[in-house]
Write a protein that binds this ligand. Structure first.
Ligand SMILES: [Zn+2]
Length: 260
């Protein structure tokens, strides 16, 4: 009797903890990861402040990479949602918190001085750790190279991180993102020096590349902000948001192989 009671107790316990029995013998071939993007940020503050904000507040990220010393902290499981992207869009996808992994890099961001806005460099050790982490994430979730993006690319009207000091070209050298071929850019630049395309051309190309912006045909503020985001990434020496031949050439090369 005592034996029976303990069996019954065990069965009840199993029922509470495990739910109905589920057979895991079969697996569908048609499946992939829900993670389709990696979004990069700077914290605009030091490590203790960032840790406080990202673990105790309404915003969060999957990973936080400190600067000195450089170390990786995981704050949210990759298969759960973190709150880092906010109102955001890329191509036909919106609200990218649903489909992305967010990585915050400890960096002061920028400081406004009488000489203008000054941005801060990222320590090489921090970027080396980021590249290692990105390689693992890309392998785990099969992230395409055009889906590792900055926060300012998916929210160009309100964000500027990871900023013009972020070394995107190092990520390209590591094979993580695509980069326009310099010789091809130089060649196309010559043609654009003779005749700069109009606002509608830039807007069409920027949208083809992935940015979400109104195609007004005008040099409006929204277009300027998107050009700032594009230049910060591909031509960080000058990111005034003004259209020029080099920007046109970079954009033309990057979109020449994209599907319309
Ligand atoms: Zn951000």
């Amino acid at each position: 009797m005592k034996f029976l009671a303990s069996i019954l107790g065990l069965a009840l316990l199993a029922g509470c903890a495990g739910g109905p029995p589920i057979d895991h013998s079969y697996s569908a071939v048609s499946q992939d990861s829900r993670v389709r993007y990696v979004i990069l940020h700077y914290t605009e503050g030091d490590f203790p402040r960032a840790l406080q904000v990202l673990t105790r507040g309404a915003v969060s990220s999957h990973y936080l990479i400190s600067d000195r010393p450089a170390e990786i902290y995981q704050l949210v499981d990759e298969n759960r949602r973190a709150y880092h992207a906010g109102v955001s869009a890329w191509k036909t996808d919106a609200q990218l918190n649903f489909s992305s992994i967010g990585i915050e890099l400890v960096n002061p961001g920028y400081r406004d001085t009488p000489e203008g806005r000054v941005y801060f460099a990222y320590p090489p050790e921090q970027i080396a750790l980021l590249i290692d982490l990105l390689r693992q994430i890309v392998a785990r979730h099969q992230i395409a190279p055009d889906r590792i993006l900055g926060h300012n690319e998916i929210a160009p009207q309100r964000k500027s991180d990871p900023g013009p000091m972020f070394p995107w070209q190092r990520l390209a050298q590591a094979g993580l993102i695509l980069w326009p071929d310099a010789a091809e850019v130089a060649l196309r630049r010559q043609a654009f020096e003779r005749q700069l395309p109009d606002a509608a051309w830039f807007q069409r190309k920027l949208a083809l590349h992935g940015y979400v912006l109104p195609c007004s045909g005008l040099w409006d503020e929204a277009t300027r902000q998107v050009l700032v985001a594009f230049q910060m990434k591909y031509r960080p020496e000058r990111f005034d948001g003004l259209a020029d031949a080099e920007t046109a050439a970079l954009l033309d090369v990057l979109t020449s192989h994209a599907a319309p």
